[in-house]
Design a binder for this molecule. Sequence first.
Ligand code: ZN
Length: 176
Amino acid sequence: MAPYTIRVFGDPVLKQRATEIDNIDGALVRLADDMLETMYDAPGLGLAAPQVGVQKRLFVYDIDDEPRALINPVITESSGEWSYLEGCLSVPNLHWEIVRPKEILITGYDLDGNEVSLEADELLARLFQHELDHLDGVLLLQHLEPDQQKEARRILRQRALGLPVDPPPSERAGAL
Ligand code: ZN
């Protein structure tokens, strides 16, 4: 069983800005490990601390069988445009085509306290932008066009009431 339950849309923790981490200790390493286990169990490609109810600027990810964590991440450069069928573990089983920058440069710290600077494009760049949004209390719904947003809220409302819903037709995509 996963160490954490993933918080879903409607949980106020997902709307708050997470705070900077100023101390990397054993407890933080354990948190990252437990988040990875929760992410694999979901399954998803990335998971941010607020998604497990922890208000810290940390996310974990794995898109190439190499589990990693990034602490206090900051995107310093972004360019281009890329459209991707984006999903979120906190908005289960719904996906939307969302356009965001294609390439980014992100800096932060790893679990050993080393400063890291990573160039990323396409899926990895999307993952970083999505997880960083979580640290700022932003959900992918906020990137939708007004019409899509209305439809998304209708579906989520119906779902909360336990009513059957027809999600927008989409292929299964990676959940972030
Ligand atoms: Zn997400």
